[in-house]
Design a protein around this ligand. Structure first.
Ligand code: ZN
Length: 456
């Protein structure tokens, strides 16, 4: 990979204090080699220059919770609360084929890249066929994104089709195969862009206590983290209370040692104060998914309360079936505005905090703090250039507020992962965007026809 120097950029490094400065970034062997103010003293003759005039250079955004293939299911089931909606989502398993996962995940990756995302946490939960997870992984790998692939497990639940209920042994065997496959594929690379996790999908509605015991044992044994949907709606908390006599989902999971520094809990909308204290004490991270929570009418997550308690809160889009997009700038704006209106206090959350949730906190949540999330020498070069010279971003009076509240995904000009340029001037470098869209449309038609034939 050729060394590169990005010049003429307004750099937002997202390091310890809020700052921005005009400067340059040198990239060598996938790493940020140097960050400086002004112009570099001299360009190495083998360094490829990239002019970032008119752009902000910042860390790539980190989507801490999504289901990429669900772009095939945008706006399919509208106006439903969580449980009836979830029943339909789970029902998709009866028609889902590995080729749907590949085509959908690839389109999801394209949308993520075009929105300035460089790392995704793919929470994978419908596995009627071993090829489903494998094809998702293949799409992510081909996209060039950095990813944490959380292959989760379900073993119970009235709304879960039999074809996706697994014994721990079955599921663990498949996860081991995925991890083994990645080692083989990336054996020639110094670092892999792909890491794995496991987890219970939506405890306790599709997870027995026995499965939780097995999951924590397996995760510790393999030294991998955990991803789970936690306390997304009031109905899930009520289920935990009725079935297990627990006050909440976090207290239920605490009995099995699931909270911890390698765990990320998506949603956490309905928590008690004591549960927030458990998240802090165990160093558990949360992915806040404001657009999905609003779309499903779940409620408002206690983001301000969690931040005040010192909990690490990242941001996620969630899948497009409950969002309906993967636009990460939209998610940042929604995260900011939702807390302001909920607390009826415009000053309750500041824009720099939201930018941190989208970068630094996301990296920490996924165990990638030493890898990405800031612009500083020694980290992998996961960077984006965002146009700030448009009609809807000029004039710039408050850079951080305008990054959160004015910028749109379509302003992302360039996306770099591991020093590799995935998009430049909004053109993807690795594959044909039009073809990805056409293949996803075909997969959508096929999936819908299969679903219709099951219900007729
Ligand atoms: Zn989700």
């Amino acid at each position: 990979m050729k060394p590169m120097v990005i010049t003429n950029a307004l750099i937002v490094p997202m390091t310890e204090r809020p700052q921005s400065f005009k400067g340059y970034v040198k990239i060598k062997e996938g790493l940020i080699a140097e960050v400086g103010g002004g112009e570099p003293e001299q360009l190495g003759k083998d360094e490829a220059p990239m002019d970032a005039g008119g752009c902000v250079l910042m860390p790539g955004l980190i989507n801490a919770h999504t289901h990429l293939y669900q772009v095939l299911l945008r706006a399919v089931w509208e106006d439903l609360p969580l449980f009836p909606w979830l029943k339909r989502i789970y029902g998709v398993a009866r028609a889902l084929r590995p080729e749907h996962l590949y085509a959908g995940s690839l389109l999801g990756c394209v949308e993520a890249i075009k929105s300035g995302v460089t790392t995704v946490c793919e929470h994978n939960f419908l596995n009627p066929h071993p090829g489903c997870a494998k094809e998702s992984v293949r799409a992510i790998r081909e996209s060039g994104l950095r990813a944490v692939f959380a292959r989760t497990i379900m073993d119970s639940g009235e709304i879960v089709p039999e074809c996706v209920k697994e014994s721990p042994e079955q599921a663990f065997r498949q996860i081991e195969e995925l991890i083994g496959g990645e080692r083989e594929t990336s054996a020639h690379q110094e670092t892999s862009r792909l890491a794995f996790r496991t987890g219970p999908n939506t405890p306790p509605i599709n997870t027995t206590p026995d499965l939780l015991k097995e999951i924590i044992r397996f995760a510790r044994d393999k030294a991998i983290g955990i991803s789970a949907h936690v306390a997304e709606s009031r109905a899930v908390v009520e289920y935990a209370h009725e079935k297990h006599g627990e006050g909440g989902v976090v207290t239920f999971l605490q009995d099995f040692g699931i909270p911890g520094p390698d765990s990320i809990f998506a949603h956490c909308v309905h928590l008690s104060g004591a549960e927030i204290a458990i998240l802090k004490a165990t160093d558990t991270s949360v992915s806040h998914n404001p657009v999905s929570n609003m779309m499903l009418g779940d409620g408002v997550a206690p983001v301000v309360e969690m931040l005040r308690a010192g909990v690490n809160v990242a941001l996620g889009t969630d899948g497009a079936a409950s969002n309906h997009s993967q636009d990460f700038f939209e998610t940042m704006k929604a995260a900011s505005l939702l807390q302001k209106v909920h607390h009826q206090n415009a000053g309750i959350i500041d824009s720099y905090t939201v930018l941190k949730m989208a970068t630094v906190c996301g990296a920490r949540a996924l165990g990638l703090s030493s890898v990405c999330g800031t612009v500083e020498a020694g980290k992998r070069a996961d960077l984006i250039l965002v146009r700030m010279d448009t009609a809807h971003t000029q004039p710039v009076n408050d850079l951080f507020s305008q990054l959160v509240h004015c910028v749109k995904a379509s302003d992302v000009d360039t996306v770099i992962v591991d020093g590799e340029v995935l998009m430049r001037n909004r053109q993807l470098t690795e594959f044909d965007e039009r073809q990805v869209i056409e293949e996803a449309k075909k997969a959508n038609v096929d999936l819908m026809q299969r679903l219709a034939s099951l219900s007729s």
